[in-house]
Design a protein around this ligand. Structure first.
Ligand SMILES: C=CC1=C(C)c2cc3[nH]c(cc4nc(cc5[nH]c(cc1n2)c(C)c5CCC(=O)O)C(CCC(=O)O)=C4C)c(C)c3C=C
Ligand SMILES: [Fe+2]
Length: 421
């Protein structure tokens, strides 16, 4: 979520670029830096759509195009999209570096083409605009031994430590290659998923696949930070691109990157986190709010103010206890409680029907981005694993860690500097 200064800056940028202001302020966990969103012909129409005689706002949703290439891959800095697909592949037996390079070339060409709109030859998305489609590619730890590229494997891909509360299914975890697809239209997202899978051909086999969603742009009259399936405002205290240390926290620096091919890249930690929603729903509102340390209605800290007000961590209530409990999720996950560790959270919710026990198979496809998991996810999850009030209501069911290289240069494919370096 943006603070008021960020909101003003974003709104100014929006009017310059002709992008719907609602769109930019709406679902953003983080708003892309200038130039990342290429244009939205229907921006003005989208803004006007609140009045009854205005054209439909959906033209704005369809016409927003995200740039391919640049310093970072798409799908990290853009606002959350309404639909998401995650898919992991293992290279086929006998496929090595050559086949992997050819696959990344195919995938890059497909992503570049589909992100412009119009869809693949399958015609599923033929009438649709780009719809904010992003396709993001990453390499898992096992990719490097399969391709003889061990010397190029980043130390940051060392396995995540085991956490005591993990109930991780290895068949739905890790993988040689990982692709994240996001779009504001379900058919556009599905079309891209199918195209990515077809491109894999004989070179790689699907290891696991998951589907997610977020609120649709334009769905609320007062857009605010996204909500998750527990009903909480989620994403408020994400690092913001306007902060001076944002790039250092989220992206591998251009100079001195180790390994060099990861310059401008980022590491994605992906956790499928089941929410025990029946248990959660039994909790009274004030108890739910104490679990997080923020109000459910508007995401403001329990010590008062608005969503963007700094929590008063030492404030004591009439009962003599700190107002924000010591085990509140939003207290113990803060950078200042974890040696400065920070990450950019950019999740999708998921719902895969009702489990055999009658409870919803639903939760969060938690995706967080950082320059180094040792200064991001790992220390924070260690802390949460030991004493997060939220732990009783969630279950980490799968896990992945991927090296996501920087955006491809002109004429380059994603990962070229690794595969041809
Ligand atoms: C290891 C990292 C984290 C996991 C796993 C995680 C799971 C998780 N979180 C929520 C809901 C909320 N989280 C919020 C804040 C927050 N969470 C993390 C990290 C993890 N969360 C961080 C770093 C922060 C920001 C802390 C800060 O700097 O203030 C919030 C509060 C609003 C916000 O800032 O986003 C909510 C709500 C769920 C439901 C969940 C697993 C399903
Ligand atoms: Fe959280």
């Amino acid at each position: 979520m943006q603070d008021s200064k960020d909101r003003t800056e974003t709104a100014e940028r929006a009017s310059v670029d002709g992008i719907s202001r609602r769109r930019l302020l709406g679902t953003a966990g983080a708003v892309g830096a200038g130039g990342l969103v290429l244009g939205a012909a229907g921006g003005a129409a989208g803004y006007a759509a609140a009045s009854p005689d205005a054209p439909a706002a959906l033209s704005t949703v369809g016409s927003t195009e995200v740039a391919w290439g640049g310093a970072h891959q798409p799908g990290i800095l853009q606002p959350l999209q309404a639909r998401g697909h995650l898919i992991a592949f293992d290279l086929a037996p006998g496929a090595g570096r050559k086949e992997a390079a050819a696959l990344l070339k195919r995938w890059s060409a497909t992503a570049r083409r589909l992100m412009k709109g119009g869809g693949s030859d399958a015609a599923v998305a033929r009438d649709a605009g780009p719809s904010s489609l992003t396709v993001t590619f990453g390499f898992g730890r096992t990719f490097f031994s399969r391709t003889g590229l061990e010397k190029q494997r980043p130390g940051a891909l060392d396995p995540l430590p085991p956490f005591s509360s993990d109930q991780v299914d290895p068949r739905r975890s890790e993988g040689d290659l990982w692709v994240q697809i996001g779009a504001d239209d379900a058919l556009v997202a599905f079309d891209a998923l199918r195209a990515v899978q077809k491109d894999a051909g004989q070179a790689a086999k699907v290891r696991w696949q998951m589907n997610g969603f977020n609120r649709s742009p334009g769905a609320t009259a007062e857009p605010m930070t996204a909500r998750n399936l527990m009903g909480q405002v989620d994403g408020t205290n994400n690092p913001k691109p306007s902060e001076p240390d944002f790039d250092r926290r989220i992206f591998v620096p251009d100079s001195g990157a180790d390994p060099a091919w990861m310059a401008g890249g980022s590491y994605a930690v992906v956790r499928r986190i089941r929410m025990l929603l029946d248990d959660w729903d039994k909790l009274a509102l004030d108890a739910q709010e104490k679990v997080i340390g923020r109000r459910k209605s508007d995401g403001a800290p329990l010590t008062g103010g608005t969503e963007t007000t700094e929590p008063e961590l030492d404030k004591v209530g009439a009962d003599g206890k700190v107002v924000i409990p010591l085990d509140a999720h939003a207290r113990i996950s803060r950078p200042d409680q974890n040696g400065g560790a920070a990450m950019l959270r950019r999740p999708f919710s998921y719902h895969d029907g009702i489990a055999a026990d009658g409870t919803p198979d639903a939760g969060l496809l938690f995706i967080c981005w950082q320059a180094d998991p040792l200064r991001g996810f790992i220390p924070v999850q260690r802390k949460l694993d030991r004493g997060d009030a939220l732990s009783a209501f969630i279950r980490h069911e799968s896990s992945g860690l991927y090296a996501v290289p920087g955006g491809p240069g002109e004429g380059e494919y994603v990962g070229q500097r690794l595969l041809e370096g």
